[in-house]
Design a protein around this ligand. Sequence first.
Ligand code: NAD
Ligand code: DAU
Length: 361
Amino acid sequence: MRTYLVTGGAGFIGSNYIHYMFRKYGDEIRIINVDVLTYAGNLENLRAVEGRDNYTFVRANICDREAIEKIFADNEIDRVVHFAAESHVDRSIVNPGVFVETNVLGTATMLNAARKAWERPDGTYPEGKKFLHVSTDEVYGSLPDDDNAFFYETTPYQPHSPYSASKAGSDMLVKAYMDTYHFPANITNCSNNYGPYQFPEKMIPLMIHNALEGKKLPVYGDGMNVRDWLYVEDHAKAIDLVQEKGRLFETYNIGGHNEKRNIEIVKIILATLREVLPENDPRRAHVNEDLITFVEDRKGHDRRYAIAPDKIKAELGWEPETMFAEGIKKTIRWYFESEEWMAHATSGAYQEYYEKMYAGR
Ligand code: NAD
Ligand code: DAU
């Protein structure tokens, strides 16, 4: 049975990935989820898999060398899927230090531990071992406001925020390990994800939550910045495909050619909410464009992101399956039906869940 070590599995993309993998492979695989549970890590995202014999949660910091080495020593790890990171650009502007620690030093710790466990005395690695480093399109910087400009795997790195600079640093470390030690890895650089379990500091869940509560919808700057949105399950599928069929040492860009301006997204959310809300729901009275408020721009705000997914499509046959109109409806329904999850996420109550759920373990 193949064993996956997933880091950051209690976060947004990591938890969606774990659900996807168990749906696809059932009892054929084992997953060990290592997460330190920062404010962004929420075990409520993983309630449905908690009872499985082939799922284990380990609370540990990826910067903790001993804890990570112990996991490798106690388990025959075949695959590492490395999601754990500080992920929010606005937080990185306020507090860059923790981004360097987790994203750069944490990735170095993961690479060292995997290399120590996997590398043979002759410098080779057993067949099937692979480290997949999950990264972002933000490392490429910002594109001009031109519908024909895209990020390719060959686009030079030009990060602007402390977040993207720290992710670029982590990518460079993975590249260095591949070049220096022939370390078996892949890097994926993905565009903006949306879907269930996303922490409501990110634009889409924040706007859904605020609109339902009748709070202002804070649009940064002129609202004309472009992001390339991908349904999170399509990202999970792409990661699995790169693990299964990707050529070692390669980078794959993941994105769905779904570029939209922020203001468009906010208007789509409002229109979709009005479709989804029952006729007699009192919130219909305030869910409208009057809530939109233009606020001070994010410092160093990248103007446009757009991924060219040509390589992953040509080599691995990956294409997004969930179109935005359908994905945003599914997402809004999910937040709409997950009031308790949202209440816990916004009050921080989910942090107590770990203490209760794992008391004495
Ligand atoms: P997230 O913030 O929702 O989750 C991050 C998870 O990592 C949390 O569970 C957190 O507790 C955990 N974590 C943080 N620091 C840790 C540490 N020191 N040790 C152990 N665990 C730690 O993030 P996300 O949006 O799910 O992003 C996951 C990965 O995907 C990140 O590497 C991010 O850079 C990348 N990415 C995200 C997007 C996106 O749109 N969200 C797009 C492309 C790439
Ligand atoms: O592109 C991939 C990246 O996407 C990931 O690497 C990051 O981890 C992820 O957080 C995301 O970064 P963004 O900064 O693009 O996502 P965010 O949801 O924070 O913002 C999306 C856009 O919306 C961005 O242009 C800023 C704007 N925005 C954001 C918030 C939170 C607003 O206008 N208002 C807001 O309140």
